[in-house]
Design a binder for this molecule. Structure first.
Ligand code: BES
Ligand code: MN
Ligand code: ZN
Length: 491
């Protein structure tokens, strides 16, 4: 997808003009900037049927030009997210056109800057499909030209850069999540992230360290290794460090910790085949946080950011960990592994302890951790839990800034008690079918040391879109929460 600002001298004709249309009661207003075109449009016989209701679009052909009138209803009632969804729906309906956006008419309520951000964000977010395995792919791309008296070239370029940084990172997250387990194993995944950094984050002060199995052993990450025990591939711990240009002792340091299970069979506690389907997306937490990290680095965040991604599959062979095993974690706590399908918390436990040693000001982890999260929130809302209300609140604030749904669940002593074992310090499952998302977080909390602020995102529901959102693909990875976390990293 290409987007640019139309220059005054530019006269090349578009195949389609996008025009905002409002309805503030009785009269409809067609916001076309050229007055003569406006007259012609209003007198067109088709337009009489058109009420310009919110979401109602109409194609009109005059002798000179094809138009798409975008119904926005009452301009006073426009809200950001509804507007974004309407624009995304409109953009998705347009294929293979040279589009001129008669921009200023769209910015009545939200203003030029915000409207441009939304347009560009939607253009790039909608410009995604996972079709690399289709032998015939027919992706028809459009070109967008923005015609505006309110937007300067500098403003356009700034918004374009920002939205490209964010959306390309959302789309990379989607690509990783959609990639299949026979292509994306832990070794390939780690190497591919390193390759993306070399290519797209060159000169951005990102240091890459990748721990292989021998080094993970040296780190005494036996919980992580217990999950990898049944795998044909080595585990990987990807450790990325971004240092901002100007950093001093007041620079905030944020650590991200992502679950990167490239496929979750359940291990010996094998998943039934219906539930195993789709488990390629169990590395979604790591892909989401890498996306957020990448977006923040491209935008030159002022914070120091560490990104730790724990990668392995959860597979079965004769060496796989058996239920009833007791394994000691990196922080010295012992865990009775009663269910090998509760593996995400095991790899996160060691990765969180590793992150704590770096003494960050805050840790955010993300994981497709519990099926219970889907029961509670469906595929629409992401769960957040943590040990510091201020941190949780500021991440919630970021989710509101970008209009993604995030809701908090509690961690209470009762849940903490569910995770205590009779014969070890902890066990890896709580009471069957009870508060699964919160007891998982209560387990993770044991691996946060020195009172470091910590928040946990359970993205099990939102990761795979089955989407109600027009700026997400209709199926497959949604890329949701990349924008929330990257917004947080930019503040
Ligand atoms: N990756 C799954 C969580 C999951 C399940 C995400 C379904 C999305 C859809 C996780 O590793 C898992 O299997 N969790 C178990 C935990 C249980 C054994 C305590 C679960 O949720 O069933
Ligand atoms: Mn599992
Ligand atoms: Zn899992």
């Amino acid at each position: 997808m290409k987007a640019s600002l139309k220059l005054r001298s530019q006269t090349s004709k578009s195949s389609l003009k996008l025009v905002a249309a409002y309805n503030s009661g009785k009269k409809i207003q067609i916001e076309v900037s050229d007055k003569s075109e406006g007259k012609e449009l209003s007198s067109s016989k088709f337009v009489s049927e058109f009420k310009a209701k919110f979401g109602e679009n109409l194609y009109v052909n005059t002798n000179e030009q094809r138009y798409l009138l975008v119904g926005l209803g009452d301009s006073k009632k426009i809200e950001t997210e509804k507007f974004r969804r309407n624009i995304a729906k409109t953009i998705k309906s347009i294929k293979n056109e040279k589009v001129e956006v008669d921009f200023d008419g769209f910015s009545k309520k939200l203003g030029a800057d915000k409207t441009l951000d939304i347009f560009l964000e939607c253009l790039y977010l909608c410009d995604y499909s996972f079709n690399k395995y289709k032998s015939k792919s027919s992706d028809k791309k459009s070109e967008y030209l923005f015609n505006s008296k309110k937007i300067t070239k500098a403003k356009f370029d700034k918004s374009n850069d920002k939205n490209q940084s964010i959306s390309s990172s959302v789309n990379i997250c989607r690509d990783y999540v959609n990639e299949t387990p026979n292509h994306l194993n832990s070794e390939v995944y780690a190497a591919s992230i390193e390759k993306d950094i070399k290519k797209n984050l060159k000169g951005k002060r990102v240091k890459v360290k990748i721990l292989k199995k021998s080094e993970i052993k040296k780190e005494k990450m036996d919980l992580f290794l217990s999950v990898n025990a049944g795998s044909a591939y080595e585990p990987r711990l990807v450790h990325l460090t971004y240092t901002p240009k100007k950093s001093n002792k007041n620079t905030k340091h944020i650590a991200l910790v992502g679950k990167g299970i490239t496929f979750d069979t359940g291990g010996y506690s094998l998943k039934p085949s219906g539930s195993m389907m789709g488990m390629k997306f169990d590395m979604g937490g790591s892909a989401t946080l890498y996306g957020a990290f990448r977006a923040a680095v491209l935008q030159e965040s002022k914070n120091k950011i560490t990104c730790i991604l724990a990668m392995t599959d959860n597979a079965v062979n004769s060496k796989a960990t058996m239920p009833d095993s007791i394994v000691k974690g990196r922080n010295g706590k012992t865990v009775e592994i009663l269910n090998t399908d509760a593996e995400g918390r095991l790899i996160l436990a060691d990765a969180l302890d590793y992150a704590c040693d770096l003494k960050p000001d805050a840790i955010i982890d993300a994981a497709t951790l519990t099926g219970a999260c889907l029961v509670a929130f469906g595929t629409e809302v992401c769960a957040i839990l943590g040990n510091d209300q201020k941190l949780v609140d500021s991440i919630m604030k970021s989710s509101k800034n970008v209009n993604e749904y995030l809701w908090q669940l509690p961690i209470i002593d009762e849940y903490r008690n569910h995770m205590k074992s009779k014969i070890a310090d902890l066990k890896n499952i709580g009471k069957a079918r009870m508060a699964g998302t919160a007891t998982a977080a209560a387990f993770l909390e044991n691996f946060i040391k020195n009172d470091i602020s910590w928040a946990h995102l359970d993205i099990a529901g939102v990761c795979d879109s089955q989407s109600h959102l027009p700026y997400c693909p209709a199926s497959g990875a949604s890329g949701l929460m990349v924008r929330t976390v990257s917004d947080y990293l930019m503040n």
